[in-house]
Write a protein that binds this ligand. Sequence first.
Ligand SMILES: Cc1cc2nc3c(=O)[nH]c(=O)nc-3n(C[C@H](O)[C@H](O)[C@H](O)COP(=O)(O)OP(=O)(O)OC[C@H]3O[C@@H](n4cnc5c(N)ncnc54)[C@H](O)[C@@H]3O)c2cc1C
Length: 409
Amino acid sequence: MNSIVIIGGGHAAAQLCAGLVEAGQGARVHLVCEEPCEPYHRPPLSKAFLKSADEVSQPHKAADWYREAGITLHLGNAATAIDRAARTVTLRSGETLPYERLVLATGTRARRLPGLPDGLDNVAMLRAVAEAHSLRDRLAAAQEVTVLGGGFIGLEVAATAKAMGRTVRVIEAAPRLLGRAVSPALSAHVLAAHREAGIDVVLNATIDGFAIDGTHLVELNIDGKRQSIDLLLLGIGAVPETALARAAGLDCADGIVVDAHMQTGDPAILAIGDCTRFPDRRADRPLRLESVQNANDQARTAVATLTGVPKPHDVLPWFWSEQGAMRLQMAGLVPAEGTPGHVTVRRPGPGANPNAFSLFHYVGGQLVCVESVNAPVDHMMSRKLLEAGKSPDPAKVADAAVPLKNLIA
Ligand SMILES: Cc1cc2nc3c(=O)[nH]c(=O)nc-3n(C[C@H](O)[C@H](O)[C@H](O)COP(=O)(O)OP(=O)(O)OC[C@H]3O[C@@H](n4cnc5c(N)ncnc54)[C@H](O)[C@@H]3O)c2cc1C
């Protein structure tokens, strides 16, 4: 009865397993995965994986590693209920697992388009490797790809499909791409780059109907015009998977609410990764982030909590996205539009390349966020600056001849 049960088979769960094994706790761990495979890396699924049928999914650890670590895997067997009083988890198979500590790492689910039925043969979503296989097969057969949603996953798939020679259009409801995650200046650059690559991007778009024939989506009404659909990717965001937590009476608010130790309101239950809403001193309200960095770092915080050496979570958020020839890297939290005292400083990237630069965001003279495009060294140095709480002189930052590492000391 001293088991640690982890529900979820993604990045957060994989990192938590690794941390618990390092702490000598592997034999206590039961990992419950809805998907029928060990945890794997999701980022390649919208990039290299789609381009070639030879690409395979990349597991975090091989099956042997789990066995040797003493971890009991329950694959393809979703958790269906938590009994907090009895401290048990019920699996779809009917099996019941007792726990001393339980960690929810249930991630997110792709958001559906209201009214559009599931199971249409030319409509895809992308979250799990099974969906990536299906999208890859459909991409191979399609000539035209419509991506609904100008967020990271939608734009990554759009760029991949374009590189494969497809005709691609992106339909976005908001006035700019990546509107929730990056600055207007970076949105404008990303828009120009995708248009230059030949992708048709429609902003401020409204979907006001669709036509289905059998299991085929024939048309979408976009801004009142009927547009034929060959293949549609729904990239309209993700919703946190909180159903189990809610049913168990845990506090949820667009995410499972946790404290700085990843504890829910029940001391026996933690939550980590995309499914959590957590406090962060950089933000004026609790955050929910969807990134590999966040999943990994929250798992490390959970290991500290579970092994009795608690350390409050206080980690600089960072993120990356690859869209065709663009490598975007963000460190810190971009200030909301209209934040008083917000100043942006542009630093040219390496080699006088107009498509390589970084945007340094200051609020009230304090450096809070750096967005880099094709400037990986500046991104790494920016993370060090932000972690050290430095706010270098904007004039020096704007001068590409001044190495950022000189500004850290
Ligand atoms: C296509 C794609 C590309 C991405 N690219 C990037 C990128 O370039 N950079 C970046 O930083 N991030 C990227 N991300 C986001 C990143 O992958 C996520 O932030 C990360 O996977 C979150 O990890 P997680 O463990 O919290 O959730 P997930 O990885 O989503 O894992 C959650 C797991 O829980 C399982 N689960 C849910 N409910 C149950 C249940 N009841 N019982 C058992 N199991 C359950 C799910 O099946 C899933 O396997 C990408 C995501 C996708 C889908």
